[in-house]
Design a protein around this ligand. Structure first.
Ligand SMILES: Cc1cc2nc3c(=O)[nH]c(=O)nc-3n(C[C@H](O)[C@H](O)[C@H](O)COP(=O)(O)OP(=O)(O)OC[C@H]3O[C@@H](n4cnc5c(N)ncnc54)[C@H](O)[C@@H]3O)c2cc1C
Length: 479
């Protein structure tokens, strides 16, 4: 017996997380996706040459590894998550690297004089990782989470302000942490950068930073398979332009930005809510470069050869400079590069002996600049001979990223500036931020709490609130 009809717009992983939850609760679910493939920011394609499988957007999955939604869904039982012992590495100077092992003690030990400072910063978060992942996943109840929030907030305050310079005495420890904090595209130091950065740094020493065998598309496929098993349907190449197209559904879940929601809702939205959506700000962009390589990256620092994730950023001062240039609307001469070489741990990504490299760098919002040469030059500084290994390159500007997926406005891969306030109140201050004033219409996705990253929390929250309004219990998601 059907419990009603639901339409989910957007087959990103949040849309799929909502779809799976609704379908398991007995609703008839259809997912409408504008692209000709599913997954949104969680897709893998042969972007360069046949046999080279590149993650189109997300590549490394600490958030999925720790997210309450994916734990309930049993992701690790459905997708082979390959978790390296070296969670991430930092290219500090040619031939010099700093290393974050999954083992916290080993990491601290490698940081010499800063061993105690690294340990004191992260060990309390690592010991409390389950509650921390609930907190950053948008779950807060004062009793269990208050101490976690205070412990975490205090550290974010330190690392998100000038006080960050008081913790470490070595350039290695400072750069290692800054490389994670600089994931969030904004001027440093900043609270909106420090909070997610510290969470990622803590996960590095617990669940780790895995990549799925075969690529990120495996995560979207696992969700799609579960949806199909519970009667749900996905229609690709179907772009929704108006809520009128969804009139047959009792429940609508939109994996869209506030801007797109306002556009498809037309004049149905109350003026106050529309203004709140219009006030939501989008951040700077990303330019992405994918490489097919004839062999591994010839890093000068031998430790970097085994790292799946490498932050090519130099010193803390270098990263502050390059992120500051982007925030001022300029292209840095020496950009901070986030790089993953998943074929180091996953041979299915490329033909035998060959490799794939995934890289991106921050650029001003809407930039049309092709950053392939700038990114290649940064890698080459730390890995002379890299250029000679390149068989093919796929390069996309920030403007290209938006064309690829309209949720990445101006190439903003967070689908909304991850400022501290916009992380706390996303897309607006509300106890149930996924709820809209339109009956039965819910907003999900990276523009809503708890924000960007592959964790499924937003879709899960939206679907469970929708079910509660229908007086239906939240279903088990177990395999
Ligand atoms: C280059 C890049 C690197 C990243 N790296 C990482 C990483 O390593 N780890 C990590 O955790 N996160 C990473 N992220 C962020 C992560 O990918 C996103 O936060 C996440 O995918 C957002 O999921 P979502 O479901 O909210 O939205 P999306 O994945 O953006 O899905 C939205 C879907 O809606 C569809 N859509 C939009 N408009 C319409 C419409 N009108 N009608 C029908 N369908 C529509 C889109 O085509 C898309 O498929 C990265 C993102 C990018 C772009």
């Amino acid at each position: 017996m059907s419990n009603g009809r639901a339409i989910v717009v957007g087959a990103g992983h949040n849309g799929l997380a909502a779809a799976v939850t609704l379908a398991r609760a007995g609703l008839e679910v259809t997912v409408l996706e504008r692209a000709d493939h599913l997954g949104g920011g969680t897709a893998t394609q042969e972007l360069t040459l046949p046999g080279f499988h590149h993650d189109v957007c997300s590549a490394v999955h600490p958030m999925a590894a720790e997210s309450p939604f994916f734990r309930a869904f049993g992701l690790a039982e459905r997708v082979e998550l390959l978790t390296p012992e070296l969670s991430y590495a930092h290219a500090l100077a040619p031939g010099r690297a700093a290393l974050a092992w999954r083992d916290l003690d080993r990491t601290a030990h490698g940081l010499g004089r800063d061993a105690g400072a690294w340990w004191a910063l992260l060990a309390p978060l690592v010991d409390d990782i389950r509650r921390l992942s609930e907190l950053i996943g948008g779950v807060f109840s004062p009793l269990p989470h208050l101490t976690t929030a205070l412990r975490f907030g205090w550290r974010a305050l330190e690392q998100g302000t000038r006080a960050w310079d008081t913790r470490f005495t070595t350039d290695a420890a400072a750069a290692l942490l800054t490389g994670v904090i600089a994931h969030t595209n904004q001027r440093l130091p900043g609270l909106g950068a420090a909070a997610p950065g510290l969470a990622l740094a803590a996960i590095a020493h617990s669940a780790g930073w895995p990549v799925p065998r075969g690529g990120s598309g495996a995560i979207a496929q696992a969700l799609a398979d579960d949806l199909a098993a519970h009667g749900g349907v996905i229609e690709t190449s179907t772009r929704v332009t108006s809520l009128d197209e969804l009139a047959e559904a009792d429940t609508v879940v939109l994996d869209l930005t506030p801007r797109a929601f306002a556009a498809i809702a037309g004049d149905r939205l109350p003026a106050g809510y529309r203004r709140a959506l219009e006030r939501f700000r989008y951040g700077d962009g990303v330019a992405k470069v994918d490489y097919a390589l004839d062999g591994p990256v010839p890093w000068l620092a031998p430790e970097l050869r085994e790292a799946v994730t490498v932050h090519v950023g130099g010193s803390r001062a270098d990263m502050v400079r390059s992120e500051g240039r982007v925030a001022s609307g300029e292209l840095p001469e020496h950009p901070f590069v986030l790089l993953a070489q998943p074929s180091v741990i996953d041979p299915t990504r490329a033909p035998e002996g060959k490799h794939v490299v995934w890289a991106y760098t921050h650029v001003p919002a809407g930039s049309t600049a092709d950053r392939a040469e700038a990114v290649t030059a940064e890698i080459e500084r730390h890995a002379p001979g890299f250029r000679d290994r390149v068989l093919a390159v796929s390069s996309r500007s920030a403007a290209d990223l938006e064309r690829h997926n309209p949720n990445y406005i101006g190439g903003d891969i967070s689908a909304g500036a991850p400022s501290f306030l916009q992380l706390l109140a996303r897309p607006r201050p509300a106890l149930v931020p996924w709820k809209t004033p339109l009956p039965g219409v819910w907003l999900t996705g990276a523009s809503t709490a708890p924000g960007p990253g592959v964790h499924g929390q937003s879709g899960w929250h939206a679907a469970r609130h929708a079910l509660a309004e229908l007086h239906l219990p939240a279903p088990s998601l177990a395999p």
